[in-house]
Ligand binder design. Structure first.
Ligand code: URA
Length: 214
């Protein structure tokens, strides 16, 4: 099924209680459907719920700035959230909501087929790593998973709430830039229009370091 079909099929999703808890619309995701780099956040907030697009509020403005610092723009990437509907008062997602919505995130990832998935914050990182590990422990590290490489970053909203997180967040994006620079592929010489950057990143490398010691 193409991405657009999946998006349409979720348009009036009633699979979990969030459908009845004041969401205005399902926020599916946005960006380049052929992106090599995908970002995954937690859940839509007020502005995202109003506009139907992830990361358009204050955290989104900061994210745009951070993307630029990593040499990326929104047109290069795809952005989605773990859960597609705004939880009331921006509360944390509940386990049943994550369980219901995660298959759609996994389908998005399978359809876009990014080389690198950057998770923003604890929720997205734990959901995709399938481990209860704190973001402060794993941020800025590279995980070679079966189908893609995972790069966890602090969540921009954390820096909006705690000013002392801004510098660590900027460091995470510097590390991301260094990683992308190490893996960037020159555009094909016959290309006439600039395309989204392509990276030479392969999942599940044999010499993977086990960062969890298990
Ligand atoms: N925070 C998120 O995790 N996602 C959004 O779309 C906006 C803020």
């Amino acid at each position: 099924m193409p991405l657009l079909e999946l998006s349409k099929s979720l348009h009036d999703c009633q699979r979990c209680k969030l459908a009845k808890l004041g969401r205005s619309q399902v926020v599916f995701g946005v960006g380049n459907p052929h992106a090599s780099v995908m970002f995954v956040g937690e859940a839509p907030g007020f502005h995202e719920d109003q506009q139907g697009e992830p990361f358009v509020g204050a955290a989104g403005k900061l994210l745009n700035d951070l993307l630029q610092s990593a040499g990326l723009s929104r047109s290069d990437i795809y952005i989605a959230n773990v859960i597609k509907c705004r939880p009331p008062n921006n509360r944390d997602p509940e386990p049943d909501e994550v369980e219901t919505c995660k298959p759609f995130l996994m389908q998005q990832i399978a359809m876009i087929h990014p080389k690198l998935v950057c998770t923003l914050g604890n929720w997205a990182t734990q959901t995709l790593l399938e481990r209860k590990v704190g973001i402060t422990k794993v941020r800025g590290q590279v995980f070679y998973l079966k189908d893609f490489v995972l790069f966890p970053l602090l969540h921009p909203a954390a820096a909006l709430h705690q000013g002392n997180m801004l510098e660590p967040l900027r460091e995470d994006f510097k590390k991301l830039r260094a990683f992308l620079d190490r893996h960037s592929q020159p555009p094909p010489s016959e290309a006439t229009t600039p395309a989204a950057p392509v990276f030479n990143i392969e999942p599940s490398q044999p010499a993977q370091m086990d960062l969890f010691g298990s």
